[in-house]
Design a protein around this ligand. Structure first.
Ligand code: FES
Length: 322
């Protein structure tokens, strides 16, 4: 583990910002808006955990010596965020892979940029990748809207940093005070060149995709990064039959069909593993999928599924064209 936590800053009761540097003080690779790193740390038994966290702050196209991440404590999660909050402080050793960028800002500011509106919509801690996008848009002099949705006011973080960014129109939407945000109103009717970047839990992104479809937004103008488990209480075990290769795999709740397919060396494509890219799309010959992706069209869902996140209704049997 070649990195150190150099500073920890509390943002409200649930979010901590960790600033990370190399132990030898060397410069870190540059990164682009929307990028993330994979952080490696240890659990109480010494096992290595890996979690993806978006880089926060102005993106560094060139070398920089500090990365910032913001981690929300998830008491119902798998334990990674609790471990970071409880056991990692300034001076703790940590590992990093990356940066990687699976959520690039294509509405590139500056020369050649599309002329339409740029909307950033964050759900809760989904604000993190949008902060670097906001900095990039502000620095380029491109006006944009950032809608920050949260359950309660104490869940809003990094507001001072956001308010200081030029050209931002920042609006907060607090569900406890005003109910759910009207997503149709936030998006409005699509006009050529408009683009939306949103990060949040999958149900919010699905609702935005639905609102986009109602308001004429083409899928190419909607850019999503999701987080949070897609597993739901009540998911039962699955039996998945692979019709072309005459194999049967059992999938336990909490795992994914894709992971089970990879474990038996089934020939499958995949990329994001978050239901966003559609690369794991697989035709379904029998059984009733429970779709949890945010990328397939209704026509695609009628004939297949994303195996990385979706599940199946009782009695838990699927036949896939694999
Ligand atoms: S791997 Fe991207 S949607 Fe499944």
């Amino acid at each position: 583990m070649d990195y150190l936590v150099s500073q920890v800053i509390a943002h409200g009761s649930a979010v901590r910002e960790f600033q990370l540097r190399r132990k030898d003080g060397a410069a870190l690779p540059g990164w682009q808006p929307g990028a993330h790193i994979v952080v490696q740390f240890t659990d109480a038994d010494g096992g290595v955990l890996e979690r993806h966290y978006s880089l926060v702050g102005p993106a560094g196209g060139g070398a920089t010596d500090t990365y910032r991440i913001a981690v929300q404590r998830e008491d119902d999660g798998k334990g990674g965020s609790r471990r970071l909050h409880d056991a990692y402080a300034a001076g703790s050793a940590i590992g990093i892979r990356g940066p990687f960028n699976s959520f690039p800002l294509d509405a590139a500011p500056g020369a050649g940029a599309a002329p339409g509106r740029v909307l950033l919509i964050a759900g809760g801690i989904g604000i993190t990748p949008l902060v670097s996008m906001a900095h990039a848009l502000g620095a380029a002099g491109r006006p944009f809207e950032l809608h920050y949705l949260a359950r309660s006011a104490d869940r809003l973080v990094l507001l001072d940093e956001l308010r200081a960014i030029p050209h931002i129109r920042l609006a907060t939407h607090i569900a406890d005070q005003n109910g759910r945000a009207d997503l149709d109103a936030l998006l409005g009717a699509y006009e050529a060149g408009d683009s939306l970047y949103s990060c949040g839990p999958a149900p919010l992104l699905q609702a935005l995709a639905d609102a986009g479809a109602r308001n004429g937004w083409p899928a190419a103008a909607l850019h999503f990064e999701s987080f949070g488990a897609r597993t739901q209480h009540g998911d039962g075990p699955l039996t998945v039959e692979l019709a072309l290769s005459a194999m049967t795999v059992e999938v336990e709740p909490g795992s994914s069909i894709l992971a089970a397919l990879l474990a038996v060396d089934a020939f499958v494509s995949y990329d994001c593993q978050r239901g966003e890219c559609g690369k794991c799309y697989t035709p379904v010959l029998a059984g009733q999928p429970l779709h949890r992706d945010i990328c397939l069209t209704p026509a695609m869902r009628a004939t297949g599924m994303c195996t990385c996140v979706s599940w199946a209704a009782a009695p838990g049997r699927l036949v896939l064209e694999l």
